[in-house]
Design a binder for this molecule. Structure first.
Ligand SMILES: C[S@@+](CC[C@H](N)C(=O)[O-])C[C@H]1O[C@@H](n2cnc3c(N)ncnc32)[C@H](O)[C@@H]1O
Length: 237
């Protein structure tokens, strides 16, 4: 049986991309581009496991960034929601991507071997991991699974949204969240109310603390255009 969060994405998958672009004034494209540029490591040929890949936009951005740098990349688009992945499949086909494999699975027990992944990415899903009903350790499970599957020297690149650090941006978001709720109610009111609630409650400091406890080193945090999105990268020693 599907979990609550999994079912939620099955309600919105058809409109998911459109709503992302509308609600973020298209900034989501720049944010994914920033994340994708972080993915490009020194190796000429490497693999990327994109956990919670959804409709595949980050995987596509990574593929483009790799092409621009003349690197060969193989991407695993991994998610527990088959509807979101169906959308990804048709977009990968349109892009002519043959270097991608779609995989269904949970972020809490990643179906990949230990020490096998060069770069692990995840965009806009940390709040899902942190808000599983009846499981307060979801985010920690994802972080320790990420650490396990990465090879020594591997890199994690995480992108998500949380309350901005600057006060004027926080005030703007508090007001703008009502606009998001109004827009979201055309698709699914409860899901978009959840989205806003989880942005407001996400604890970025705890994320960094959990990554340190899992063993990650060289943890770098940066806030992206508009202040609401942020990027965290780290290395597995
Ligand atoms: C907000 S979407 C983000 C999709 C995509 N990464 C992007 O950049 O648009 C969150 C995705 O996380 C997936 N997800 C949430 N919890 C998950 C879990 N525990 N295991 C695997 N996938 C999960 C959902 O199915 C959904 O596709």
């Amino acid at each position: 049986m599907k979990s609550g969060i999994n079912s939620m994405f099955s309600k919105i998958y058809l409109k998911y991309d459109l709503m992302n672009h509308l609600m973020s004034f298209n900034f989501d494209k720049d944010w994914r581009e920033d994340a994708a540029n972080e993915v490009i490591i020194e190796k000429d040929k490497f693999n990327v496991l994109d956990v919670a890949s959804g409709t595949g936009d980050l995987a596509i951005a990574i593929n483009k960034a790799a092409q621009a740098k003349h690197k060969k990349v193989y991407i695993y688009a991994y998610d527990f929601n088959a509807d979101m992945l169906d959308m990804a499949r048709s977009k990968f086909r349109q892009e002519g991507m043959v270097n991608v494999k779609i995989e269904i699975g949970t972020a809490f027990k990643i179906a990949h071997k230990s020490n096998s992944v060069d770069v692990l990415t995840s965009a806009f899903a940390l709040r899902s991991f942190a808000n599983v009903k009846g499981d307060k350790r979801g985010l920690q499970k994802f972080i320790s699974e990420s650490y396990r599957v990465l090879r020594p020297g591997g890199k994690v690149v995480l992108l998500d949204m949380a309350m901005p650090d600057k006060e004027y941006q926080r005030s703007f978001f508090k007001i703008y969240s009502y606009v998001m709720l109004a827009m979201g109610s055309f698709v699914d009111r409860d899901t978009y109310a959840w989205l806003v609630r989880t942005i407001k409650s996400f604890d970025k400091k705890k994320l960094v603390k959990d990554m340190k406890s899992a063993g990650f080193k060289n943890i770098r945090y940066r806030s992206l255009k508009s202040g609401i999105a942020y990027l965290v990268t780290a290395d597995k020693p």
